[in-house]
Design a protein around this ligand. Structure first.
Ligand code: GDP
Ligand code: IMO
Ligand code: MG
Length: 428
């Protein structure tokens, strides 16, 4: 069986965790390859609700081997907390493996994330404050700390010293904060040695061997296409590659081995944090979508900004990721609306753009060109087959499929595990 990838087509929170859960026990490995505990995935299984940040959602499926690969930035205190919380609920997490090459998020990354945001004032990104950007900046600047460094105390101390040398000057002289001591950082990191010991592995080799043995590997992205550092709405993005290409560099599995790319996309659009959002609604309709869709961030609890479905954005995601299947989520949230507008193009200063403008300023000024679709009043949460959906809901899906650049293979009609209409098998 193949390697399959799940990412988000919009600005995150499309329901990736839920889509991973959908594939469940048909998968042998679930790999997180980017981001860190900025992600927030909610998975509802029966009466139980799980909110995962750092751990891949596949950890909830018995028998699956969860992997935190090299492309992830790991806050070790969060790792411990999430594992403890799952263990307390009776879940077995002993199969988890972490790449020796993954970077760690330390106290100074978290502090720098918060102070730089404050310093940006009204130009702030609205980050999750988890230290993600500063940890990736250190990685690229070659002053990061990796998981493997924790097993060599003298190297660890040297690296923390080198990192703090410059950072303490910035913290004290620019941001007027206290200096962070080398000892406190080193001590904290060393305290996780015992926890990490059985988990640390050459995860790239593990995945290679898994593929050779015919296992199914699922890559689960944190964040989404429009938050990707290269392909998203820079600078209002996260600091990693959430698009399909990131799975390869972020895990060590070569690109040609990933042959199925699933993009999860909401039947409308949401965004947390700052940045352009052409279809954003500022009226009661936006409030209605937020209320019915429970659009509060899983990680920070912030209210998500809401707007209509954006077809040029879907096509862009299809192209950048090489999407083979879309999973359309939260269709149930649209029930009861008289008409449903869909953005089919943008108007930028009087010029029509059928595709995403290459220039960020144009995207900032883009006004959506809408086509209205008739809504449906029925409750669709019990639909399990496409034929069970009202005609107008079927037509809405078919219309989105036509404009979005790939087939809509599964449709979410509610948050629970079984509330889904599957049109095409996602693994077959
Ligand atoms: P992720 O970050 O992409 O994994 O998504 P989040 O978990 O942050 O946000 C998606 C939210 O939508 C979660 O609360 C899910 O339980 C919920 N959800 C997913 N699919 C559906 C659906 O089809 N209908 C409804 N009503 N809720 C859904
Ligand atoms: P999941 O995996 C939605 C947003 C933040 C901010 C920007 C940068 O649940 O879809 P960061 O802390 O990453 O430096 O913040 O990215 N952001 C997300 N928005 N869902 C997420 O993850 C996000 N992770 C980061 O709100 O605008
Ligand atoms: Mg989320």
């Amino acid at each position: 069986m193949p390697a399959v990838l799940i990412t988000g087509a919009q600005w995150g929170d499309e329901g990736k965790g839920r889509a991973t859960d959908l594939l469940g026990s048909r998968v042998d490995y679930v790999v997180k390859f980017n981001g860190g505990n900025n992600a927030g995935h909610t998975v509802v299984i029966g009466d139980e609700k799980y909110a995962l940040h750092l751990l891949p959602s596949g950890i909830l499926t018995p028998g699956v081997t969860p992997i935190i690969a090299n492309g992830v930035v790991v806050d070790l205190a969060v790792l411990k907390q999430e594992l403890d919380a799952l263990n307390a609920r009776g879940l077995d997490t002993s199969k988890l493996k972490i790449s020796a090459n993954a970077h760690v998020i330390t106290a100074y990354h978290r502090t720098l994330d918060k102070v730089t945001e404050r310093f940006l004032g009204k130009r702030q990104i609205g980050t999750t404050g988890r230290g993600i950007g500063p940890a990736y900046a250190d990685k690229i600047n070659r002053v990061g700390i990796r998981i493997q460094d924790i097993f060599d105390e003298s190297i660890l101390r040297q690296k923390v010293e080198a990192a703090l040398d410059f950072k303490n000057q910035v913290l004290v002289k620019i941001y007027n904060r206290r200096a962070i001591g080398v000892d406190e950082v080193v001590e904290e990191l060393l305290s996780f040695r015992e926890l990490l010991e059985p988990m640390v592995a050459d995860t790239g080799l593990m995945l290679h061997e898994a593929m050779q043995a015919g296992k199914t590997v699922l890559f689960e992205a944190g964040q989404a296409t429009m938050l990707d550092i290269d392909h998203g709405t820079y600078p209002f993005v996260t600091s990693s590659n959430a698009t399909a290409g990131g799975a390869s560099t972020g895990s060590g599995l070569p690109p040609h081995q990933i042959d199925r790319v699933i993009a999860v996309i909401k039947a409308y659009t949401t965004r947390v944090g700052a940045g352009p959002f052409p279809t954003e609604l500022f009226d009661e309709m936006g409030e209605h979508l937020a209320k019915v869709g429970h659009e509060y961030g899983t990680t920070t609890g912030r209210l998500r900004r809401c707007g209509w479905y954006d077809a040029p954005m879907a096509r862009y995601a299809a192209r950048i990721n090489g999407v083979t299947d879309f999973v359309l989520t939260k269709l149930d949230v649209l029930s009861g609306l008289e008409t449903i507008p869909v953005c089919v193009a943008y108007d930028v200063n009087g010029v029509r753009h059928d595709e995403m403008p290459v220039n960020q300023s144009d995207f900032h000024h883009a006004k959506p060109v809408y086509v209205e679709f008739p809504g449906w009043s029925e409750d669709i949460s019990d639909a399990r087959r496409f034929e069970d959906l009202p005609k107008n809901a079927q037509d809405y899906i078919l219309a989105l499929e036509k404009m979005s650049g790939s087939r809509m293979s599964a449709i979410g009609v509610g948050p629970e595990r079984e509330q889904v209409v599957v049109r095409h098998d996602l693994l077959d």
